[in-house]
Design a protein around this ligand. Structure first.
Ligand SMILES: C[S@@+](CC[C@H](N)C(=O)[O-])C[C@H]1O[C@@H](n2cnc3c(N)ncnc32)[C@H](O)[C@@H]1O
Length: 277
């Protein structure tokens, strides 16, 4: 049975098959998490053996879409965990926006799923530029969203969200940038700031260098230590001096990665690239 792990070799063979078919290399994901997700799909299709499920995937490739959906866990919302965004907008962004020596402002939402975090960032930046009379700086600003899941990225490109997806978004921000009625469509000025790309955080380079901001929330939690450390080192290399990293609520730095960042706010998981690391 899936979940009891009686057949590790069959499970590994299944993951290899998924990697070959969909380019999703699962080597650094926590086993328990992967097994629970595969088990959901096996139950849905009424199979109890990994081998039988692998055969089903080969026969019915549409099942790969459902499996990818289950494996990538793309739950998200606009302004998810409101306290982080409030703190970021009030205490962190003012300094970051005027960081000396930066001619461009580039932010990266790593693991952006269907784009809610991406447009949240774009809206906060636009609001800050409006309030500080620095709208011209938006001409040199980009917010790049990357994800491994092409279906999520297509949704991010559409940028249209249900009322439920907007439930944490402050109403003035929602009305100003996403319209008063559902579906809430990201405005043209946000779209002008945003672009999305398919990238695997474990394999691919950062989409730009000298970044001012990286948000990577609710992604590292699914990975083993080695995978997390590899990605955190890549983030450190991609950030400009003084650049900021925001992780998810239950994620943190550990081991060698601690030396690469200083804590700005531990509770909200906001860190700054260490100057001397
Ligand atoms: C739970 S969502 C997080 C969305 C958003 N960051 C948030 O916190 O609301 C996790 C996302 O990470 C993506 N992901 C998982 N592994 C990835 C990888 N190796 N490279 C890029 N994206 C990945 C998934 O496809 C999924 O869309």
């Amino acid at each position: 049975m899936a979940g009891d792990a009686p057949d590790d070799a069959a499970f590994r063979a299944l993951l290899d098959q998924v990697a070959r078919a969909r380019g999703f290399a699962c080597g650094n994901y926590k086993d328990g998490c992967l097994k629970r997700r595969v088990a959901v799909r096996m139950r849905a299709r009424g199979v109890t053996e990994y081998g039988a499920y692998a055969a089903l995937l080969a026969r019915d490739p549409v099942e790969y879409d459902h499996l990818m959906d289950a494996l990538t866990i793309n739950v998200t919302r606009l302004y998810r965990d409101a306290a982080v965004w409030d703190l970021f907008a009030e205490m962190v962004l003012p300094t970051l926006w005027t960081l000396r020596g930066a001619s461009r402002f580039t932010a990266w939402s790593a693991g952006c799923a269907s784009g809610e975090e991406l447009y949240t960032l774009a809206a906060i930046l636009h609001q800050h530029a409006t309030r500080t009379g620095t709208l011209r700086q938006l001409l040199h600003t980009s917010v790049i969203g990357t994800d491994i899941d092409p279906a999520s990225l297509r949704a991010a490109e559409r940028g249209e969200y249900s009322a439920d997806a907007c439930s944490e978004l402050p109403v003035p921000l929602r009305d100003r940038y996403f319209g008063t009625k559902a579906p809430h469509r990201a405005s043209a000025e946000l779209r002008a700031l945003v672009r999305v790309e398919r990238r695997d955080l474990l394999l691919d380079e950062a989409p730009a260098d000298a970044l001012q901001l990286i948000t990577c929330r609710n992604v590292l939690i699914y990975l083993d230590r080695d995978g997390q450390e590899r990605i955190l080192r890549r983030f450190h290399a991609a950030l400009a001096p003084g650049g900021v990293l925001i992780l998810g609520k239950v994620e943190s730095l550990f081991g060698a990665a601690r030396a690469l960042f200083e804590v700005v706010d531990q509770r909200q998981r906001i860190f700054r690239r260490s100057a001397d690391a």
